[in-house]
Design a protein around this ligand. Structure first.
Ligand code: NAD
Length: 277
């Protein structure tokens, strides 16, 4: 099943499976079982963060899975207090240790925290992780256009990805256009809207689900794939993991895509990066 997931080329020279599995709010006690299930279902891309407090358990699942390291794509993120506390090198080394890995496929600055003024300096440290091979790619998360412009103007490496809140009610058109101009891939967090509003009940999503005999969640995830987003849905349920992985046997029509595109309300369900400091 894994070979059905397209891979996108990153500016690092490596590639990322377009569909991955996110583990935000997966309780550490459940994480090893959940990630082992996800790998069995076929996911080869796992998205965690130091802030999720489950890197050790993600690492245990990776080890127990027996899947060769080079077949997996593992992302983690610098926690805000380590960013603010200027403990970037130490935080990165501890993440590798907790995950039981000697390299990451992608390391992200979790939030820019712009009021602190550290993200350019932090990014220069990230560049050293890429240079020494301990991070095969480096990127950012929750960066707004001015933050990306600062990195592009003041540092050597353009982020490989920007992982941001993105779903049919908050489509991030301007940011996506900026990414495309600079060769940055858009990675969608909260791709299902985090269950914070009734996305699945919207007529455009319901209609496409009926037409293709799939679930509303599959329609939303397929919309992400056809839009070109990297997408990392989360679920503790093995049945939903399998459902969310089964996106490559149908295609939304241009009209169905346009109907979902028209749902954009430019409305976040999560924090505004300008205000998270
Ligand atoms: P999500 O949009 O993936 O939604 C998860 C919710 O949807 C859960 O409540 C789950 O039970 C439900 N769900 C999953 N599959 C379903 C299905 N098939 N049918 C019905 N309901 C279903 O939200 P998320 O977990 O916040 O985002 C995905 C991942 O993105 C996270 O796990 C994490 O890895 C990452 N993330 C990153 C940031 C960041 O700041 N960089 C923030 C939030 C999340």
């Amino acid at each position: 099943m894994t070979q059905t997931v397209p891979r996108l080329d990153l500016n690092s020279g490596t590639s990322i499976p377009q569909l991955g599995f996110g583990v935000f709010l997966v309780d550490p006690d459940d994480t090893q079982r959940v990630v082992e299930d996800a790998i069995e279902v076929g996911y080869r891309h796992i998205d965690t963060a130091t802030g999720y407090n489950n890197e050790t358990e993600v690492g245990a699942a990776i080890k127990a899975s027996g899947v060769p390291r080079e077949e997996l794509f593992v992302t983690t993120k610098l926690r805000n207090d380590h960013h603010k506390g200027r403990d970037v090198e130490g935080a990165f080394a501890r993440s590798l240790e907790m995950l039981g890995l000697d390299y990451l496929d992608l390391y992200l600055i979790h939030w820019p925290m712009p009021a602190n003024g550290f993200y350019v300096d932090t990014w220069r440290t990230f560049e050293t992780f890429y240079a020494d091979g301990r991070a095969k790619a480096i990127g950012v998360s929750n960066f707004l256009i001015p933050h990306l412009e600062d990195l592009i103007a003041q540092t050597d490496i353009v982020p490989a990805v920007n992982q941001v809140e993105l779903h049919p009610i908050f489509q991030q058109r301007e940011l996506r256009a900026f990414h495309a101009e600079h060769g940055i891939h858009t990675e969608a967090w909260g791709p299902l809207g985090q269950g914070k509003y009734d996305l699945f009940g919207l007529p455009a999503i319901q209609a496409a689900a009926h037409a293709h005999d799939v679930t509303p969640a599959q329609v939303v995830l397929r919309w992400h794939i056809q839009t070109g987003n990297i997408v990392i849905p989360k679920s503790n349920s093995r049945q939903r993991m399998a459902e969310n992985f089964d996106l490559f046997g149908f295609e939304l029509t241009a009209d169905e895509m346009a109907a979902i595109d028209a749902l954009d309300e430019n409305r976040r369900v999560g924090g505004n990066p300008a205000e998270v400091n």
